[in-house]
Design a protein around this ligand. Structure first.
Ligand SMILES: N[C@@H](CCC(=O)N[C@@H](CS)C(=O)NCC(=O)O)C(=O)O
Length: 205
């Protein structure tokens, strides 16, 4: 039984929860309200960052959402979420890294600006620049998805998980979206998956 700590409004927790549900892995979810992780000594002993998520599997504790997804997929999803073909897996993992290094900063600017900040206090220049950047980044993804159904091939892999969660926010928050037909079709495919609906297509706050 895998334990997953963290609040379901966290995109990083959603990655792990979508992964366990997608694979049908037995798990227990322990809710940690916003800010609480930094205040609980027992939690800090597992994850000194005081951030969510953290997982535990038979005594093995792990944090960093993408590392958690990799671990769960490698243990329970060989041949599905975790491709056995080395190149396909490297391709999938590349998109996980790209989400963290490239997508997450403009994503945070948009979320902070349009969801967490009152209209009169918004930095519209920063939000506009982040939206422009996101449109450019989704163009890269759109070109890849012109040739395949999912980000690393014709099946869902770990690569789709962080990207899919970023896409949910993109399509849910009111921003000026350029048309990216292949990216939109891929997102449509994700929205048909019960584990995505349940864990990702939820209220933002
Ligand atoms: N790089 C870390 C980032 C973790 C992180 O920033 N988590 C946020 C939620 S998305 C958090 O814990 N915020 C404070 C809180 O929820 O109390 C990961 O991917 O797991």
């Amino acid at each position: 039984m895998i334990k997953v700590w963290g609040r379901m409004t966290s995109t990083n927790v959603q990655k792990v929860m979508w992964c366990v549900d997608e694979l049908g892995v037995a798990h227990e979810h322990i809710d940690i309200p916003h800010g609480r992780a930094k205040q609980e000594p027992a939690y800090l002993a597992m994850n000194p960052n005081g951030l969510v998520p953290t997982i535990e599997d038979d005594g093995f504790v792990l944090w960093e959402s993408n590392a958690c997804v990799r671990y769960i997929a490698a243990k329970f999803g060989a041949g599905t979420l975790w491709p056995t073909d080395l190149r396909m897996r490297a391709d999938a993992e590349r998109w996980m890294d790209w989400q963290l290094t490239t997508l997450s900063a403009p994503g945070w600017t948009i979320f902070l600006g349009l969801v967490l900040t009152k209209p009169e206090q918004r930095d519209m220049a920063a939000i506009g620049a982040a939206t422009k950047r996101f449109n450019e980044l989704w163009s890269i993804v759109d070109k890849v998805l012109a040739t395949r159904n999912f980000i690393a091939g014709d099946q869902l892999t770990v690569g789709d998980i962080p990207m899919g969660i970023a896409a949910y926010r993109w399509f849910t928050i009111q921003v000026e979206r350029e048309r990216h037909p292949h990216f939109e079709a891929w997102y449509g495919r994700l929205t048909e998956r019960p584990a995505f609906k349940k864990n990702v297509m939820t209220p933002l706050l």
